[in-house]
Design a protein around this ligand. Structure first.
Ligand SMILES: *Cc1c(COP(=O)(O)O)cnc(C)c1O
Length: 452
């Protein structure tokens, strides 16, 4: 019988995370402080534990995964690699399609892979509370899940529009014991300032980050946890690609192209960076980050130093950005709404070592539905971006008669996103190209830094 799921033993969960910095041709652009000078590690100490700050700036290729973290990983890892036989048949493509399914975690996405590690290092540093932001609710639920496991109280600032539209993500966070506030809230200076100007603000990830960072910076017992973007987050997510490589070994195959949806870059980095190690060593493999046309950070944003949050509390990161005051178009239902992107992903893209493509919203839902009807799993709308790009490549293979091996990261399931699917079925969703004027305009709001 043909193999559908390629499975690993628990003992095959990676023992080390892979740090792509070791294989980058140029060192990463450093984060800058308000004075335009590179910040020292101590600038981050108010909100992050030392172990994570060390990982943030590390150039070591391999970083040990603590046993406690691996033990918790066994609750859902190793995650399966699937061969998408039925999707291949539906597409009549000669391509071999594989996907890694991260929806098997309790929260339903890849995000717990870093949440566990972040909670572990914070607990070791004596931290009792964590604050964070969440948009669609995936990250908030992941941190809520692990907070309980480590006896850490979690407060989540949830983007107001999602707070209202995703009541069950909220319930999930409550079930795991977290406190959830709609953001902008009246609990922080940043939130109050935004509410004074825009009482009806729908919120944004940038605003929620401002609130969570402000609170963490003002309390000794409280740190901040970020679900994407930062180097240490991408590092933790490399368990995805490292497992996938072992799984490809088992079936004697290897991808020609790797696709992953890209919001802040964590599941892309996690799935693709371990393959970048081979690419750096001379092997041919294409790595493609897939983003929405309505939030086209990599494909149309500016490569510049910008804040990670809306108010300007974070250090400046060199990244592709649509401007830190970006508020995503209301019509956009598919997640991946962050204004910026991981500095590592941005730099690799800028240097032409990875690729990026933007896809319109309706085509992503069409791909997700086609996938669900062939393979069964209903994907998260974010994951649909990668599925779209992968299906397009598989259709090209069909036209050209090429039997390529295609791999995408199925970053999560869509069980809490059925309202978005309903809007798609009832034709309430539209395509939206982010306007050129808005991209131009963002240039004028970028912080001025003299790079030297
Ligand atoms: C959060 C999320 C993403 C996007 O975030 P990245 O940091 O870019 O990975 C993609 N897919 C799912 C299911 C998510 O929850």
């Amino acid at each position: 019988m043909r193999t559908t799921k390629v499975l690993l033993e628990e003992s095959e969960i990676p023992t080390q995370w892979y740090n792509v910095v070791a294989d980058m041709p140029n060192p990463p652009a450093p984060p800058l402080g308000p004075d335009g000078q590179p910040i020292g590690p101590d600038a981050l100490a108010a909100i992050f534990p030392e172990a994570l700050i060390e990982q943030e700036v590390s150039g070591e290729r391999w970083i040990d995964i603590p046993d406690t973290v691996r033990e918790i990983y066994t609750l859902w890892r190793p995650s399966p690699l699937y061969r998408a036989h039925r999707l291949e048949q539906a597409l009549e493509t000669p391509a071999r399609i594989y996907y890694k399914y991260e929806g098997v975690s309790p929260a339903g996405s890849h995000k717990p892979n870093t949440a566990v590690a972040q909670a572990y290092y914070n607990k070791k540093a004596g931290i009792r509370r964590l604050t964070t932001e969440t948009g669609a609710g995936q990250w908030g639920s992941s941190l809520a899940l692990v907070g309980e496991m480590f006896g850490i109280d979690v407060r989540v600032y949830m983007v107001r529009v999602s707070y209202e539209q995703k009541p069950f993500r909220r319930s999930m966070m409550h079930t795991w014991g977290a406190e959830v506030l709609a953001s902008p809230s009246d609990q922080t200076e940043a939130g109050r300032r935004i509410l004074a100007e825009h009482p009806d603000s729908p919120g944004s990830l940038g605003i929620s980050i401002s609130e969570a960072v402000e609170e963490a910076a003002s309390r000794d017992d409280t740190n901040y946890a970020l679900g994407s973007v930062l180097n240490h987050v991408l590092l933790h997510q490399t368990v995805i690609g490292l497992e996938a490589k072992k799984q490809f070994d088992k079936v004697g195959d290897y991808p020609d192209v790797v696709f992953a949806p890209c919001g802040g870059g964590s599941n892309f980095g996690g799935a693709a960076f371990p393959f970048f190690a081979d690419k750096a060593a001379g092997r041919e493999v294409r790595l493609v980050a897939v983003e929405p046309s309505s939030c086209p950070t990599l494909t149309r944003g500016h490569y510049a130093y910008d804040f990670g949050d809306s108010v300007g509390l974070t250090p400046l990161l060199k990244m592709y950005t649509l401007g830190h005051d970006f508020v995503p178009p209301g019509i956009h239902a598919g997640g991946l709404r962050y204004h910026g992107d991981s500095a590592l992903v941005s730099q690799l893209y800028h240097e032409g070592l990875i690729e990026a493509v933007a896809v319109p919203q309706l085509a992503t839902f069409e791909a997700g539905v086609q996938f669900a009807r062939a393979e069964g799993i209903i994907p998260a709308p974010e994951s649909n971006h990668a599925i779209r790009a992968c299906i397009d490549e598989a259709l090209q293979c069909k036209e050209r008669g090429e039997a390529k091996t295609l791999f995408f990261n199925l970053s999560g399931h869509g069980h809490f996103d059925m309202a978005a699917y309903d809007r798609y079925f009832s034709k309430q969703l539209e395509d939206f190209e982010y306007p050129e004027e808005a991209i131009e305009e963002a240039l004028h709001h970028l912080p001025k830094v003299a790079e030297g």
